[in-house]
Design a protein around this ligand. Sequence first.
Ligand code: ARG
Length: 611
Amino acid sequence: GERKSKHFALASSLCNTDNMVSITVTLYTLFEKAINEAYPDVTDPPIIIAPSNNSKFGDYQCNSALPLCKLLSSTNLEGKQRILPKDVAEKIVSKVSSSPLIEKLEVAAAGFINICLKHEFAQIVLKNILKNNKICAPPIIRKRKVIVDFSSPNVAKEMHVGHLRSTIIGDSICRLLEFLGHNVLRLNHIGDWGTQFGMLIAHLEDKFPNYSTESPPISDLQSFYKESKIRFDNDEEFKKRAYANVVKLQACEPKIIQAWKLICDVSKQEFQSIYDRLNVNLIERGESYYQKHMENLVKDLETKQFLEEDDGRKIMWGENKNGIPLTVIKRDGGFTYDTSDLAALKQRIMEEGAEWIIYVTDGGQATHFQTIISCAKRAKIVLSCHRVDHVGFGVVLGEDKKKFKTRSGDTVKLSDLLDEGLKRAEQKLKEKERDKVLTEREFNLAKESIAYGCIKYADLCHNRNHEYVFSFDKMLEDKGNTAVYLLYALTRIRSIARMANITRDQIKETVDVTPISLDHPKEWQLAKVILKFPDIVMKIAKDLCLHSLCEFCYEIACTFTEFYDNCYCVEKNQTGEIVKVNMGRILLTEATAMMLEKCLTLLGLNSVEKM
Ligand code: ARG
């Protein structure tokens, strides 16, 4: 079934101009068929397809012959005749069916099969991009309902750089999956429920007794939290009242709920201003949403005898009963972070119909999610048709390689961090005297694009599993794999057609009559990079590692520079008048700009016309 559907997706994508074809998948399928035909007795033969890193060896390579040869030699002991990789390769090549992708196949001495792609194929793909005026995704086998749980800060506590990382990575994952055509629900699992509200409400009752009629001035929830914590730790009567409030809150007593809402709203407004600045969309659905679900879940787990008594607590073990169990009910009868996550997972699968769930948090929570998933499997909430990922990430460090803090040792306020980014971006633009060429509006757009873009990009371009050093100096460098370099590269590429006075409409008209120029090696090299896009996004859909998309952006920009340095797009005479426009190259330039812009958009970066 799997193989058939793959063939089907491939066949339909080749005639459907709206999808971009994955070269690797196409070649894989072709060679898989050829190898199975050539060696029907070998089960699971190695199918190895990769882009060639030297044009001497074609555009792609199939490197299956060597391992296949070893496999054949080891099983074919009595027939003493030596098998050569080269012969294996020849045999494979003889079985490869003709394809609109392949110009020719060559067998190199060591048995490598060099694959040369057809230029016409690349021309069709690039032409489609320009005609559709958009980059289309590779086809997916099945559209899935995906829930991405990300950002998720906690009420009355500071939203910190860890939450910023989750916000940036989560948003980009959503953008990518939405682009692929999945049905994505972006959930902000805010920490808005739990015992801390008991003391916050008790403190609110004392400080602002008429909070139900007059909204209390508690914009600084941080210190409000600290004050109440001190009282909680030192005042027995206060502590008792705090606990009583937790019970009342969970019973949804109106007055207490009102106080709770007041406190939550203060935090939520603050969070929202960060999301607005970063242009991130999220649906708020905090832990509190699952109160009823937790009660029902616990009843269900009790009946099914999944819960075990452990020193007054009720715990649940995962599938193999190893590692650590979940604490489902605390000694005082309350629920925990574990309870809400298990209940939320069940709700998401059973009620939302989610088929794929992704959690984006720091790597420190990996064990928590492993245990949640394991228990959910044991309770038959998560079945084999579901995919559940924990997308972990490393801690953010300061330039001193220690945990990212302000000079005085406090957690950095995100709004301050974004402000600092704006200030630094402004300085950078002024250093380059951009304020003298841009209008005020253009300048401000460029400033925001750079500031938020560089913060996002610096995060995304590192392997998310590693810790990363937050440094404005580094992220604002205009050379190397940085947002500034790429945003600037894009405006430069875009300006080529503009400077030659070629309009969007002209490009559209030209596409049908002028072939995209691919004969020069640098043109071909650039085209091949663009054609890798489907493979890049499909890989990310598997491993959810966005740095490959950043590397791809950088590869586009660098390859473009090489092309532009070697190939005239516009020729001018000594007085600077345009004497010749190479339209075949302008078309390639436009397709490059569209591809780079698409990738930056998937990363959550906002490109500008001028900077
Ligand atoms: N509020 C948590 C924190 O700040 C993150 C929540 C992540 N999502 C989840 N479903 N547990 O660490």
